[in-house]
Write a protein that binds this ligand. Structure first.
Ligand code: SF4
Ligand code: SF4
Length: 176
């Protein structure tokens, strides 16, 4: 099977350094506004800071994949004596919460690593070095890559219909 080289991008999160300033949410929502930088609305950000002030918890979480069904159970993490919210570490866009959904259209938001930028915007704007960008190369099967991309598109079309998804793609294209 043919192999292709895939660039794996990741952002390492040192949550202990986060002070909840929400600069990452602001720049992400501004960067993805149409036209770019025209509005700021953290509800449209692809990174959200899960906050519990009483427990001094500030946890940046990136928007991940859309899922049509919520989990049947919940996880609770206790780290250094702090109890994190059920679902706190989860990146999924799921029916159990409003997180990572466009407030107007309801369409799922997903971190795209600020595609086209050398360094993602939230990494550049986090002045506390909570977010550290890294990348590496990996060899994967070409067919698997294509299948994964198609499955993602099919899932969106099933949920929102072809017209809505096509409209979203057209808006993104205009933005680039
Ligand atoms: S910009 Fe950095 S310090 Fe501020 S909330 Fe985001 S991750 Fe935390
Ligand atoms: S990498 Fe870009 S798209 Fe992802 S959360 Fe940060 S600013 Fe938003």
């Amino acid at each position: 099977m043919a192999k292709v080289t895939k660039k794996v991008k990741r952002i390492k999160i040192d949550a202990d350094k986060c002070n909840g300033c929400r600069g990452c949410e602001i720049i992400c929502s501004a960067y993805h506004a149409t036209p770019r930088y025209s509005t700021i609305n953290p509800a449209r950000s692809r990174i959200r800071v899960i906050t519990n002030r009483l427990e001094d918890i500030w946890l940046p979480v990136f928007a991940g994949e859309y899922t049509a069904a919520e989990c049947l159970g919940r996880d609770v993490y206790v780290i250094d004596g702090k109890e994190y919210d059920e679902c706190g570490f989860c990146r999924a866009v799921c029916p159990s919460r409003d997180l990572f959904k466009d407030p107007d259209s309801g369409l799922p938001l997903k971190c795209d690593m600020c595609e086209g930028e050398e360094i993602p915007q939230c990494v550049q704007w986090c002045l506390n070095d909570v977010l550290v960008y890294e990348e590496r190369e990996e060899e994967v099967d070409e067919e698997f890559e294509i299948t994964m991309a198609e499955a993602g598109v099919d899932s969106l079309i099933n949920q929102y219909g072809l017209d809505k998804v096509a409209d979203m793609v057209a808006r993104r294209r205009k933005d680039r």
